[in-house]
Design a protein around this ligand. Structure first.
Ligand code: URP
Ligand code: ZN
Ligand code: ZN
Length: 468
């Protein structure tokens, strides 16, 4: 007797698509095959797809944002939204504030997550103050404790590291086997362009895009890859938005560097023109790097189709629009410089790629599964997750490929008050979501509870096949 059997569905892994039943016991997948035996609960998935639950490895929740700004999602609303979008694990960032230790930040962050999650969670670190104590003791000890990835920024006042600091942080990764994720934009070049825009009185949201042009991202991507090459360490280039940065990744790989590339839905579906909305509405699309052009969208699609990108994440970083603590904060109403960077997207990430990628024939189902789950599990050391395979956690999303929806924020579950994808027509949606063998969403209705999602420690990162 199994705890659950999902019958008659079409199962997809990162390598195959086949008709099979999936049997679950004690939270794990125990059999995948034909006509499996009796179970306490049976789900008929005829006509539907049985896919691993999404792993969104780039999410910001409850992150301190400074200057009276408050993120729209904590763990409760952020993971609920993720769950309804077909995800079973999200990986938010635990931010080290300057002058504080990473351990302190982690203690506080765990307290926020504990008992509040609808999906499993695992944390990356953000290193903003790489002191000798952090680099010498704290970070290596945290990697040993399963916090095996950290993000560094080349932009943002208060967060950016200089080249020497990036080299030192990468060296910790080299010694410990951790992964460094790099946000590639050249802060000095951005500041120079901001100065020129302000001199000209150009302060509306669209200026966010023109002060962060492709060259600013391309240069920083080249530098990050060069620094990784000097140290001889694998590196993740996050939220890649354009073809020039893609070419940098391709060239670095050709030189033998182990590079993992990530892109996000905003670079496939939005453009800089979206930042040009009436009445400051463009603030709703302010994120970094900014959305680009239709041509750059095509470059990012090619990166997904050809295997250049290993990861497709949301970079969910939600701020409310009509809010003093959000996009329209008192200073943000006056200048693009003060509009908090980031957009919501954890719930719409998978439906957008399914609809625009799989249903249009740009990518096949195995590639979809790799991009949304399997590669994230492998890269970030979530070894029990990311595949419909015997022995893995029973984290499963059952998709109705024929369900059509128009994205409306009113139907989403995050804490923001808008979605940048309002009105986008979608074909295919995850209607049932199972976490560790427990139904969390069944036919579109929440049946799981807050606290069902738990923190998951990680093993060492491992490289995708092309980078071995
Ligand atoms: O604009 C963005 N992407 N905000 C989130 C923080 C980051 O850089 O990933
Ligand atoms: Zn970033
Ligand atoms: Zn981010």
């Amino acid at each position: 007797m199994f705890d659950m059997v999902i019958r008659n569905g079409t199962v997809a892994t990162a390598s195959d698509v086949f008709k099979a039943d999936v049997a679950i016991r004690d939270g794990r997948i125990v059999q995948v095959g034909e006509a499996l035996g009796e179970a306490a609960k049976v789900i008929d998935a005829a006509g539907r797809l049985v896919l691993p639950g999404g792993i969104d490895s780039h999410v910001h929740l409850a992150q301190p944002s400074g200057d009276g700004i408050v993120m729209a999602d904590g763990f409760e609303s952020g993971t609920l939204s993720a769950l309804f979008g077909g995800n079973t694990t999200v990986m938010p960032f635990c931010l080290q504030e300057k002058g504080s230790s990473l351990r302190e930040a982690l203690t506080q962050y765990h307290a926020l997550a504990e008992g509040n999650c609808y999906t499993d969670v695992s944390f990356h670190l953000i290193v903003s103050d790489p002191t000798p104590a952090v680099l010498g003791q704290e970070l290596p000890a945290l990697v040993a404790d399963g916090y095996s990835s950290f993000k560094v920024f080349m932009t943002y006042e208060g967060l950016r590291l200089n080249d020497a600091q990036i080299l030192e942080t990468m060296d910790v990764a080299r010694r410990t086997g951790a992964l460094v994720m790099v946000h590639c934009e050249n802060e000095d070049a951005i500041r120079y362009l901001i100065g020129r825009h302000e001199e000209a009185g150009t302060v509306a949201p669209k200026a966010h895009a023109t002060t962060r042009p492709v060259v600013v991202e391309r240069e920083a991507t080249h530098r990050a890859l060069s620094l990784a090459e000097v140290v001889d360490v694998p590196v993740v280039i996050v939220h890649v938005s354009n073809g020039a940065a893609i070419e940098e990744i391709r060239a670095a790989r050709a030189r033998g560097l182990k590079v993992i590339g990530e892109t996000c839905p905003q670079y496939l579906t939005l453009t800089a023109d979206d930042l040009d909305g009436m009445d400051w509405e463009g603030a709703k699309f302010v994120c970094s790097p900014p959305p680009r052009t239709v041509e750059e969208q095509a470059n990012c699609w090619r990166g997904l189709e050809t295997g250049l990108f290993d990861l497709y994440s949301s970079d969910h970083c939600p701020f409310r629009y009509e809010d003093d603590k959000g996009k329209l904060n008192p200073k943000g109403r006056l200048s693009f410089r003060h509009i908090p960077n980031g957009i919501p997207g954890v719930e719409t990430r998978l439906p957008i790629l399914f609809s625009e990628g799989v249903m249009t024939g740009r990518i096949d189902l195995p590639r979809f599964v790799a991009l949304i789950a399997t590669n994230h599990a492998r890269v970030y050391g979530l070894e029990k997750k990311g595949s419909i395979t015997v022995g893995k956690d029973a984290d499963i999303a059952i998709w109705d490929p024929n369900e059509t929806r128009t994205i409306r924020h009113a139907e989403l579950h995050d804490g923001a008050d808008y979605t940048p994808y309002e009105g986008l027509e979608i074909k295919g949606w995850p209607t049932t979501v199972i976490l560790g063998g427990k139904c969390m969403v069944e036919d579109g209705q929440l049946v799981g509870a807050k606290g069902d999602g738990r923190y998951r420690s990680r093993t060492a990162p491992s490289m995708p096949t092309h980078a071995r």
